[in-house]
Design a protein around this ligand. Structure first.
Ligand SMILES: Cc1cc2nc3c(=O)[nH]c(=O)nc-3n(C[C@H](O)[C@H](O)[C@H](O)COP(=O)(O)OP(=O)(O)OC[C@H]3O[C@@H](n4cnc5c(N)ncnc54)[C@H](O)[C@@H]3O)c2cc1C
Length: 463
């Protein structure tokens, strides 16, 4: 719970699953997280890294259980009337904007309009995360929640001016425009059209555009975005896909599960190497790299890669995809509200910017992070916007409610069981298609898995 950006009452919903009370489990999750299915599919589950069961064998598969609950309880979302005469504009329909819009309408009763620049709502989960990890049906159902409760979503509507929104009658504005501007290395030859950013590639593929990358593809970067781009390249028909990463395997920030799945799919790795120049050689791109040695940690806490003089080498590919980070696009009118890293500056407790009535949340404030971080900021923004509009806190972000749980352990033989592995689509059935790879736990598996919880939260009830 402590590691979850939303501090969801995890022990309580796991306990409800052990009793097969799935409605209760979903209700506990949805107190803070309206989009349980989205997070059940893609959350980076910091809770599992902090889970005490790690010290015994393997953490409880909390994310997989959340997905099971979200997929088992039938979809219900009742319309919710606007009881307030206040109007809120949410700019950007990613997880941060979706969450703030949900709570401001459902619990605040305001008239909420979401403005989205792209032709469809959903933010990076729609345009960035590949379909084999997050089917579009999952995201569409979450967006349906917003529509059912009466949130208006206007697509193809980029917002450039906040003052125009105020002039047209909005009382508060939330900027949740994410971080979609790709960062490039700035090395010679990068302007070559054979070199593209991962965000651009994934957006094209997720929009259904046909993309031919050729046979050999190099991916620059070692984070989740690089891995998504690599796995997508393989599915588009590339025969040889190589991730080029400047540090070593241990420092790679990508999720261990994604690294494992990518390895199963035949992705290659080149560690301790950085591109220094690209050159066109006929239709091929010659990638010139230099080898790195790891030195003392830098600001990120990871060892700093230092180029080794004279260690240059090169290889040829058809395409280079770079995945080294993203910035937020500046809104001209709010440029004084941005810091040197291109992120919106907000007052930490309220998420309000220097401009009265304008709030910001999600990647646009934190830089590229995660869906749950953006959701947590969206929920916090809902609270402070509602307070700004004269109301109370509407999302209880307090941590632990001991009343949700009996104060004794109820263990059975499943308590000693090993972690239930996520059933996966066989590797041979993943080629050339975007079908979901993680197939989800069965009921029997989810209940058994929930019974592995050590209930370490019980100590909080000891007086
Ligand atoms: C390839 C990839 C894979 C990822 N995988 C994961 C994962 O598995 N798990 C995880 O937790 N996180 C993942 N992330 C990160 C996660 O998607 C983001 O942290 C999260 O979506 C940020 O949410 P947000 O609401 O702040 O912004 P976004 O989701 O980026 O949404 C911002 C929205 O604002 C819109 N917009 C921009 N400018 C304007 C404007 N001027 N007017 C109107 N609308 C505008 C954009 O079109 C976009 O729809 C991934 C990111 C990428 C790129």
């Amino acid at each position: 719970m402590a590691a979850c950006p939303l501090q969801i009452d995890i022990p309580a919903y796991l306990y409800a699953v052990t009793k097969k009370n799935y409605d209760d489990a979903l209700e506990i999750i949805q107190e803070k997280l309206p989009f349980a299915s989205l997070c059940g599919h893609v959350c980076t589950h910091p809770c599992e890294s902090a889970c005490r069961r790690n010290e015994l064998d393997q953490p409880v598969a909390i994310k997989a259980i959340k997905r099971f609950v979200a997929e088992t309880v039938p979809f219900v979302e009742t319309p919710s009337k606007a009881v307030s005469d206040k109007k809120v504009a949410v700019v950007g329909s990613g997880p941060a904007g979706m969450t703030a819009a949900y709570f401001l309408r459902k619990k605040g009763g305001h008239q909420v309009t979401v403005f989205e620049a792209f032709s469809e709502a959903g933010g990076m989960p729609l345009t960035g995360i590949p379909r084999f990890r997050l089917p579009k049906t999952v995201l569409n159902l979450e967006l349906e929640r917003l529509r059912r409760i009466g949130v208006e979503i206007i697509t193809n509507q980029p917002v450039e001016s906040v003052s125009d929104l105020f002039k047209s009658g909005f009382n508060a504005v939330l900027i949740s425009i994410g971080a979609h501007e790709e960062i490039f290395l700035g090395i010679p030859g990068e302007e070559n059209p054979g070199i593209m950013g991962a965000i651009g590639l994934l957006r094209k593929v997720n929009s259904g555009e046909k993309v031919d990358l050729g046979d050999r593809v190099a991916i620059i970067g070692g984070g989740n975005v690089a891995f998504d781009a690599a796995r997508v390249s393989k599915r588009l028909g590339a025969k040889e896909v190589t991730i080029v990463y400047r540090r070593s395997e241990e420092e790679m920030p990508a999720d261990a599960e994604e690294v494992k799945q990518a390895a199963d799919e035949g992705i290659n790795y080149m560690y301790l190497a950085s591109p220094i120049r690209y050159e066109l050689n006929g239709k091929k791109i010659r990638v010139e790299c230099i080898r790195n040695k790891l030195k003392r940690p830098d600001a990120s806490g990871r060892p700093r890669p230092k180029p080794v003089k004279g260690s240059e080498f090169s290889f040829e590919v058809d395409r280079v995809i770079t995945a080294i980070g993203q910035n937020t696009r500046m809104l001209q009118e709010l440029h004084t509200d941005m810091d040197v890293n291109g992120r919106f500056k907000v007052e930490e407790n309220t998420l309000m910017m220097n401009t009265d009535g304008v709030f910001a949340a999600g990647d646009a404030v934190s830089g590229p992070k995660t869906v749950t971080t953006a959701i947590a900021m969206g929920a916090k923004a809902a609270n402070t916007i509602n307070t700004y509009l004269g109301g109370q806190m509407i999302v209880d972000l307090a941590t632990f409610n001991p009343e949700n749980l009996p104060q004794q352990l109820e263990q059975d033989d499943k308590f000693l069981a090993k972690r239930m592995p996520m059933p996966l689509r066989p590797v041979e059935n993943r080629k050339n298609n975007f079908e979901q790879v993680e197939l989800g736990l069965t009921e029997e598996m989810a209940v058994a898995e929930a019974k592995r919880c050590l209930r370490c939260s019980l100590r909080l009830g000891i007086e």
